[in-house]
Design a binder for this molecule. Structure first.
Ligand code: NDP
Length: 376
């Protein structure tokens, strides 16, 4: 395939490339002048919040409107750093007072995983829309509870799955699901890095983290695998490892590898790791071609390679670089402001937790685990 024709095909097939759970793609490039923006408060001002807040400033339909933190001085520092000196700064104790604050429409929860469900519930009760970091909760039961509450309160709950807003990832999914090169036979997805955080960090406490490397870094590969396969796996197996000499990994795994079987026969392998040197890639084996995303799910800068026909020929599809976070914020904002449907539903968050839990159980029991549905 020639590069030019690949790009033309991508342009022509952009709509087809968007798979379930998407509704129609909403371009961030729409002319939004004169339309109200969704005012978002960032909750939990840690490492990721710093990155996300900066990217929120590039959104067209959403704007930075406040902060929630356990450290008031850090809140003021964020307000100054991101040019919002008048923005309100709440503490966790004051969180429920958000209900009376008409300057804030929504929250982006950047808290430890074990706190996601509690603060999502409190935000929904306060009448706010919720964008929640991955995974949606520490358990699928919590995620179902929060999803039901959002429905009851007519508020939007959306997992902050930024990778969905990657054009390269959508191009890969479109080609994998499009049938041009036959059926999907195999998926192999790996993501990890050497964990540098010190003992005492919440990521090593199962109550705050939900799990170890699997819950921290696994969701990216798990969701990519699900999206490519187009369904939940029917059954999974897994092996986990920890480092006996490292106190950080006494209660959570540092590496987990999996095998998943999908209802249509596709088989997936992959891993989530805090041990190996930087890896972030996914391979899709079709009957007449392979595709490789590498890197697969960084915040920006994915690359898509294709091998089809001549075995010696590898083509890189040159795709426009897209910044995922502003696109994600805009989709969330558009849906919240109009009562519409975002591209990533809360059920997506439940689906990942169902798979993460099945993998954790398969590893703990050294058995094959049947995967239950999203409705539980
Ligand atoms: P950090 O530890 O850097 O930040 C978490 C923040 O949460 C803290 O700084 C603190 O903010 C607040 N907090 C409230 N209660 C606690 C508590 N009991 N223990 C520790 N912190 C607490 O974590 P990250 O920013 O890396 O991760 C936050 C969330 O973002 C997680 O859900 C993670 O999975 C997700 N994430 C998503 C990424 C993505 O690409 N989508 C990438 C990295 C993380 P304060 O002092 O303001 O109260």
């Amino acid at each position: 395939m020639r590069r030019r024709s690949a790009l033309q095909l991508l342009a022509a097939g952009a709509a087809a490339a968007v798979l379930s759970p998407a509704t129609s793609a909403r371009a961030s490039t729409a002319n939004d002048s004169g339309r109200r923006k969704l005012r978002i408060a960032i909750v939990g001002l840690g490492g990721y919040a710093r990155y996300a807040t900066e990217r929120l400033l590039a959104a067209r339909r959403a704007e930075l409107a406040g902060f929630v933190t356990g450290d008031a001085a850090k809140g003021r520092d964020f307000a100054g750093r991101f040019d919002r000196p008048q923005a309100p700064v709440y503490s966790y104790e004051d969180f429920d007072r958000l209900a009376a604050d008409e300057r804030i429409d929504a929250v982006h929860l950047c808290l430890p995983v074990g706190l996601h469900a509690e603060y999502a519930e409190r935000a929904l009760v306060a009448g706010k829309h919720v964008l929640c970091e991955k995974p949606l909760a520490a358990t699928s039961a919590e995620a179902r509870r929060v999803t039901a509450l959002a429905r009851e309160r007519s508020r939007l709950l959306m997992p902050a799955y930024r990778a969905w807003y990657s054009g390269a990832l959508q191009a890969a999914l479109g080609r994998v699901r499009g049938g041009e090169w036959g059926r999907l036979v195999a998926i192999d997805a790996h993501k990890g890095f050497p964990m540098a955080l010190p003992a005492g960090d919440w990521r090593f406490d199962p109550a705050l983290a939900g799990g170890g490397a699997l819950f921290d870094i696994g969701p990216y590969s798990v969701q990519l695998t699900r999206w490519a396969a187009g369904s939940l796996p029917a059954r999974v197996r897994a092996i986990r490892r920890s480092d006996p000499g490292d106190p950080r990994f006494a209660r959570v795994e540092s590496h987990l590898a999996w095998l998943m079987e999908f209802p249509d026969g596709a088989i997936a392998t992959g891993s989530a790791s805090w041990r190996y040197h930087l890896q972030n890639h996914a391979r899709f084996g079709l009957e007449r071609a392979w595709l490789r995303l590498e890197p697969a799910t960084p915040g920006i800068g994915e690359r898509l390679f294709v091998g089809a026909g001549d075995p010696a020929r590898v083509e890189e599809l040159l795709l426009p670089i897209q910044d995922q976070l502003p696109r994600m914020y805009d989709d969330f904002a558009e849906a919240a402001l109009t009562g519409g449907t975002p591209q990533v539903s809360a059920e997506e968050g439940i689906a990942d937790l169902v798979v993460l839990e099945a993998l954790a159980r398969a590893a703990a029991e050294d058995s094959t685990v049947e995967v239950q549905g999203v409705t539980g």
